[in-house]
Design a protein around this ligand. Structure first.
Ligand code: SF4
Length: 306
Protein backbone atom coordinates (compact mmCIF):
# COMPACT_ATOMS: atom_id res chain seq x y z
CA UNK A 1 0.00 0.00 0.00
CA UNK A 2 1.36 3.43 -0.88
CA UNK A 3 1.07 6.23 1.63
CA UNK A 4 -1.45 8.18 -0.44
CA UNK A 5 -3.86 5.25 -0.63
CA UNK A 6 -4.57 5.84 3.04
CA UNK A 7 -7.52 8.23 3.39
CA UNK A 8 -6.90 9.55 6.93
CA UNK A 9 -4.42 12.50 6.65
CA UNK A 10 -3.06 11.83 10.15
CA UNK A 11 -2.04 8.30 9.18
CA UNK A 12 -0.57 9.48 5.87
CA UNK A 13 1.51 12.15 7.60
CA UNK A 14 2.72 9.70 10.23
CA UNK A 15 3.82 7.28 7.52
CA UNK A 16 5.86 10.03 5.85
CA UNK A 17 7.39 11.40 9.06
CA UNK A 18 7.83 8.34 11.30
CA UNK A 19 10.94 9.53 13.12
CA UNK A 20 9.47 12.91 13.98
CA UNK A 21 6.49 11.21 15.62
CA UNK A 22 8.79 8.79 17.49
CA UNK A 23 10.55 11.81 19.03
CA UNK A 24 7.22 13.36 20.01
CA UNK A 25 6.27 10.10 21.72
CA UNK A 26 9.69 10.16 23.49
CA UNK A 27 10.58 6.85 21.82
CA UNK A 28 13.55 8.47 20.06
CA UNK A 29 15.86 11.43 20.65
CA UNK A 30 16.22 14.42 18.33
CA UNK A 31 19.21 13.95 16.05
CA UNK A 32 21.25 16.90 17.31
CA UNK A 33 21.64 15.05 20.62
CA UNK A 34 23.95 12.47 19.08
CA UNK A 35 25.71 14.72 16.53
CA UNK A 36 29.32 15.83 16.80
CA UNK A 37 28.36 19.46 17.36
CA UNK A 38 31.86 20.60 18.37
CA UNK A 39 33.31 19.57 15.01
CA UNK A 40 30.39 21.13 13.14
CA UNK A 41 30.70 24.43 15.06
CA UNK A 42 34.43 24.55 14.31
CA UNK A 43 33.82 23.99 10.61
CA UNK A 44 30.96 26.52 10.56
CA UNK A 45 33.16 29.25 12.05
CA UNK A 46 35.83 28.48 9.48
CA UNK A 47 33.26 29.05 6.73
CA UNK A 48 32.31 32.42 8.29
CA UNK A 49 35.80 33.73 7.53
CA UNK A 50 35.04 33.51 3.81
CA UNK A 51 31.30 33.13 3.90
CA UNK A 52 29.69 30.58 1.65
CA UNK A 53 26.86 29.46 3.86
CA UNK A 54 24.48 30.07 1.01
CA UNK A 55 24.95 29.80 -2.74
CA UNK A 56 25.54 33.53 -3.09
CA UNK A 57 29.04 32.68 -1.86
CA UNK A 58 30.02 36.26 -0.96
CA UNK A 59 33.42 35.12 0.40
CA UNK A 60 33.68 37.95 2.92
CA UNK A 61 35.02 37.59 6.45
CA UNK A 62 31.99 37.95 8.69
CA UNK A 63 34.09 37.49 11.80
CA UNK A 64 35.88 40.73 10.90
CA UNK A 65 32.60 42.63 10.55
CA UNK A 66 32.39 42.44 6.78
CA UNK A 67 28.89 42.33 5.31
CA UNK A 68 27.81 40.20 2.39
CA UNK A 69 24.56 40.18 0.46
CA UNK A 70 22.45 39.22 3.50
CA UNK A 71 24.13 41.82 5.77
CA UNK A 72 24.24 39.34 8.66
CA UNK A 73 27.48 39.58 10.62
CA UNK A 74 28.85 37.62 13.57
CA UNK A 75 25.87 37.37 15.90
CA UNK A 76 22.21 36.38 15.99
CA UNK A 77 19.54 38.96 15.26
CA UNK A 78 16.04 37.76 15.96
CA UNK A 79 12.84 39.60 15.09
CA UNK A 80 10.40 37.41 17.03
CA UNK A 81 10.00 34.08 18.81
CA UNK A 82 6.63 32.59 19.65
CA UNK A 83 4.64 29.35 19.66
CA UNK A 84 3.28 29.47 16.12
CA UNK A 85 -0.17 27.99 15.55
CA UNK A 86 -0.29 28.73 11.81
CA UNK A 87 2.17 26.09 10.61
CA UNK A 88 1.17 22.62 9.31
CA UNK A 89 -1.26 20.92 11.73
CA UNK A 90 1.21 18.21 12.74
CA UNK A 91 3.87 20.80 13.64
CA UNK A 92 1.87 23.12 15.89
CA UNK A 93 2.39 24.60 18.36
CA UNK A 94 5.82 25.20 16.88
CA UNK A 95 8.38 27.39 18.66
CA UNK A 96 9.21 29.56 15.67
CA UNK A 97 12.32 31.71 15.64
CA UNK A 98 12.23 34.47 13.01
CA UNK A 99 15.77 35.47 12.14
CA UNK A 100 16.41 38.89 10.66
CA UNK A 101 17.26 39.05 6.91
CA UNK A 102 17.19 36.58 4.05
CA UNK A 103 19.35 35.26 1.24
CA UNK A 104 16.56 36.06 -1.26
CA UNK A 105 14.68 39.19 -2.15
CA UNK A 106 11.27 37.84 -3.16
CA UNK A 107 9.38 40.73 -4.66
CA UNK A 108 6.12 39.35 -3.24
CA UNK A 109 7.45 38.39 0.21
CA UNK A 110 4.70 38.22 2.81
CA UNK A 111 7.29 38.66 5.59
CA UNK A 112 9.17 41.43 3.83
CA UNK A 113 9.71 43.59 6.90
CA UNK A 114 11.80 40.74 8.34
CA UNK A 115 13.43 39.42 5.17
CA UNK A 116 14.22 42.80 3.63
CA UNK A 117 15.57 44.16 6.91
CA UNK A 118 12.98 46.82 7.68
CA UNK A 119 12.55 45.39 11.19
CA UNK A 120 15.75 45.79 13.13
CA UNK A 121 15.76 42.60 15.20
CA UNK A 122 17.28 42.02 18.61
CA UNK A 123 20.71 40.61 19.29
CA UNK A 124 20.56 37.24 21.02
CA UNK A 125 23.40 35.29 22.60
CA UNK A 126 23.32 31.51 22.16
CA UNK A 127 22.94 30.93 25.94
CA UNK A 128 19.80 33.05 26.03
CA UNK A 129 18.25 31.42 22.97
CA UNK A 130 18.95 27.93 24.35
CA UNK A 131 17.17 28.87 27.57
CA UNK A 132 14.15 30.16 25.63
CA UNK A 133 14.01 26.90 23.63
CA UNK A 134 14.21 24.82 26.81
CA UNK A 135 11.50 26.90 28.47
CA UNK A 136 9.06 26.08 25.63
CA UNK A 137 9.96 22.42 25.23
CA UNK A 138 6.96 21.21 27.24
CA UNK A 139 4.44 23.32 25.35
CA UNK A 140 5.81 23.26 21.79
CA UNK A 141 6.26 20.23 19.54
CA UNK A 142 9.45 21.47 17.93
CA UNK A 143 11.85 24.36 17.47
CA UNK A 144 11.45 25.90 14.03
CA UNK A 145 14.36 27.94 12.64
CA UNK A 146 13.10 30.36 10.00
CA UNK A 147 13.39 34.02 8.92
CA UNK A 148 13.77 35.58 6.46
CA UNK A 149 16.03 32.60 6.21
CA UNK A 150 18.05 30.78 8.89
CA UNK A 151 21.03 29.89 6.65
CA UNK A 152 23.23 32.93 7.48
CA UNK A 153 22.85 31.98 11.15
CA UNK A 154 23.80 28.33 10.91
CA UNK A 155 27.03 28.59 13.01
CA UNK A 156 25.15 30.30 15.87
CA UNK A 157 22.24 27.86 15.63
CA UNK A 158 24.68 24.94 16.01
CA UNK A 159 26.22 26.68 19.05
CA UNK A 160 22.74 27.16 20.50
CA UNK A 161 21.81 23.50 20.00
CA UNK A 162 24.95 22.49 21.88
CA UNK A 163 23.45 24.31 24.91
CA UNK A 164 19.86 23.04 24.57
CA UNK A 165 19.05 20.51 27.28
CA UNK A 166 15.58 19.39 26.20
CA UNK A 167 14.73 16.71 23.64
CA UNK A 168 12.93 18.96 21.18
CA UNK A 169 12.81 18.09 17.46
CA UNK A 170 14.53 20.53 15.08
CA UNK A 171 12.77 21.97 12.01
CA UNK A 172 14.86 23.70 9.34
CA UNK A 173 12.40 26.05 7.62
CA UNK A 174 14.17 27.58 4.66
CA UNK A 175 14.25 28.72 1.04
CA UNK A 176 16.75 25.87 0.46
CA UNK A 177 19.47 28.03 -1.08
CA UNK A 178 22.08 26.56 1.28
CA UNK A 179 25.55 25.79 -0.06
CA UNK A 180 26.77 22.19 -0.09
CA UNK A 181 28.95 23.05 2.91
CA UNK A 182 25.87 24.14 4.85
CA UNK A 183 24.03 20.97 3.81
CA UNK A 184 26.94 18.98 5.24
CA UNK A 185 26.70 20.92 8.52
CA UNK A 186 22.94 20.29 8.73
CA UNK A 187 23.37 16.57 8.13
CA UNK A 188 22.50 14.65 11.28
CA UNK A 189 21.09 17.75 13.01
CA UNK A 190 17.68 18.37 11.45
CA UNK A 191 14.69 16.15 12.18
CA UNK A 192 12.34 17.66 9.61
CA UNK A 193 13.37 19.85 6.70
CA UNK A 194 10.57 22.27 5.83
CA UNK A 195 11.35 23.68 2.41
CA UNK A 196 9.87 26.38 0.30
CA UNK A 197 9.98 25.22 -3.33
CA UNK A 198 8.95 28.33 -5.26
CA UNK A 199 10.04 28.02 -8.89
CA UNK A 200 11.19 25.57 -11.49
CA UNK A 201 12.28 28.24 -13.95
CA UNK A 202 15.54 30.09 -13.27
CA UNK A 203 14.17 33.04 -15.23
CA UNK A 204 11.23 33.33 -12.82
CA UNK A 205 13.55 32.99 -9.80
CA UNK A 206 15.88 35.68 -11.05
CA UNK A 207 13.08 38.07 -11.90
CA UNK A 208 10.96 37.55 -8.78
CA UNK A 209 13.50 36.63 -6.07
CA UNK A 210 16.71 38.17 -7.49
CA UNK A 211 18.54 34.84 -7.27
CA UNK A 212 20.57 32.89 -9.81
CA UNK A 213 20.86 29.19 -10.53
CA UNK A 214 17.76 28.46 -8.45
CA UNK A 215 16.50 25.17 -9.83
CA UNK A 216 19.85 23.36 -9.75
CA UNK A 217 20.66 24.45 -6.19
CA UNK A 218 17.22 23.94 -4.72
CA UNK A 219 16.60 20.55 -6.33
CA UNK A 220 20.08 19.36 -5.25
CA UNK A 221 19.30 20.41 -1.67
CA UNK A 222 15.94 18.65 -1.69
CA UNK A 223 17.66 15.45 -2.75
CA UNK A 224 20.31 15.84 -0.02
CA UNK A 225 17.67 16.66 2.61
CA UNK A 226 15.59 13.64 1.60
CA UNK A 227 18.62 11.38 2.03
CA UNK A 228 19.38 12.88 5.42
CA UNK A 229 16.04 13.25 7.21
CA UNK A 230 12.28 13.70 6.82
CA UNK A 231 10.92 16.32 4.46
CA UNK A 232 7.90 18.57 4.13
CA UNK A 233 7.81 20.61 0.91
CA UNK A 234 5.78 23.79 0.74
CA UNK A 235 4.74 25.23 -2.59
CA UNK A 236 3.06 28.61 -2.62
CA UNK A 237 1.08 28.63 -5.85
CA UNK A 238 1.66 31.88 -7.75
CA UNK A 239 -0.85 33.19 -10.30
CA UNK A 240 0.23 32.62 -13.91
CA UNK A 241 3.10 30.27 -12.97
CA UNK A 242 1.44 26.89 -13.51
CA UNK A 243 3.28 25.78 -16.64
CA UNK A 244 6.70 27.23 -15.80
CA UNK A 245 6.85 26.44 -12.07
CA UNK A 246 3.99 24.61 -10.31
CA UNK A 247 3.53 21.77 -12.80
CA UNK A 248 7.24 20.88 -13.17
CA UNK A 249 7.78 21.16 -9.38
CA UNK A 250 4.96 18.70 -8.67
CA UNK A 251 6.24 16.33 -11.37
CA UNK A 252 9.76 16.59 -9.95
CA UNK A 253 8.49 15.70 -6.46
CA UNK A 254 6.49 12.76 -7.81
CA UNK A 255 9.49 11.46 -9.74
CA UNK A 256 12.08 11.85 -7.00
CA UNK A 257 10.26 11.42 -3.70
CA UNK A 258 6.91 9.87 -4.65
CA UNK A 259 4.61 9.90 -1.62
CA UNK A 260 7.42 9.65 0.93
CA UNK A 261 7.41 13.40 1.62
CA UNK A 262 4.55 15.64 2.66
CA UNK A 263 3.67 18.35 0.15
CA UNK A 264 1.81 21.43 1.31
CA UNK A 265 0.11 23.14 -1.61
CA UNK A 266 -0.57 26.68 -0.48
CA UNK A 267 -3.35 28.81 -1.95
CA UNK A 268 -2.96 31.91 0.22
CA UNK A 269 -0.86 34.03 -2.12
CA UNK A 270 -1.61 37.73 -1.96
CA UNK A 271 0.36 40.49 -3.66
CA UNK A 272 2.64 42.04 -1.03
CA UNK A 273 5.81 44.15 -0.97
CA UNK A 274 6.75 44.96 -4.62
CA UNK A 275 4.29 42.55 -6.27
CA UNK A 276 2.31 45.44 -7.79
CA UNK A 277 5.28 46.08 -10.12
CA UNK A 278 4.88 42.63 -11.72
CA UNK A 279 1.76 42.16 -13.81
CA UNK A 280 1.76 38.34 -13.60
CA UNK A 281 1.69 38.18 -9.79
CA UNK A 282 -0.32 41.30 -8.99
CA UNK A 283 -3.47 39.41 -7.96
CA UNK A 284 -4.64 36.51 -5.81
CA UNK A 285 -5.30 33.05 -7.29
CA UNK A 286 -8.58 32.19 -8.95
CA UNK A 287 -10.49 29.12 -7.72
CA UNK A 288 -9.98 27.53 -11.13
CA UNK A 289 -6.21 27.97 -10.93
CA UNK A 290 -5.97 26.26 -7.58
CA UNK A 291 -8.33 23.48 -8.62
CA UNK A 292 -6.05 22.71 -11.55
CA UNK A 293 -3.08 22.43 -9.17
CA UNK A 294 -4.96 20.20 -6.76
CA UNK A 295 -6.14 17.93 -9.59
CA UNK A 296 -2.56 17.48 -10.78
CA UNK A 297 -1.38 16.77 -7.22
CA UNK A 298 -4.03 14.04 -6.90
CA UNK A 299 -3.19 12.61 -10.31
CA UNK A 300 0.47 12.36 -9.34
CA UNK A 301 -0.50 10.49 -6.18
CA UNK A 302 1.38 12.90 -3.93
CA UNK A 303 0.99 12.83 -0.17
CA UNK A 304 -0.35 16.35 0.09
CA UNK A 305 -2.17 18.75 2.33
CA UNK A 306 -3.65 22.17 1.50
S1 SF4 B 1 25.03 33.79 4.12
FE1 SF4 B 1 25.06 36.00 3.60
S2 SF4 B 1 27.22 36.58 3.56
FE2 SF4 B 1 27.13 34.33 3.52
S3 SF4 B 1 27.20 33.76 1.36
FE3 SF4 B 1 25.04 33.92 1.89
S4 SF4 B 1 24.41 36.05 1.45
FE4 SF4 B 1 26.66 35.98 1.48
Amino acid sequence: MTVTNIKDPNIRIKKALPKYFEILKTKAKPRFKSANLDAKIKEAYKILQSCELCERKCHINRLKGEKGWCQVQDQMKIVSIFPHLGEEFFLVPSLTIFFWSCTFSCQFCQNWTISQRVDKGEIFKEERLAKVIDSFSDTCKNVNFVGGDPTPYLPFILKTLKLVKSDIPVIWNSNFYMSEKSMELLKGIVDVYLSDFKYFSDKCAERLSLVKNYSKVVSRNHELAFKDAELVIRHLVLPNHFECCTKPILKYIAKNFKDRVVVNIMDQYRPEYNACKFKDINRTLTCGEFEKVENLTKKLNLNYIT
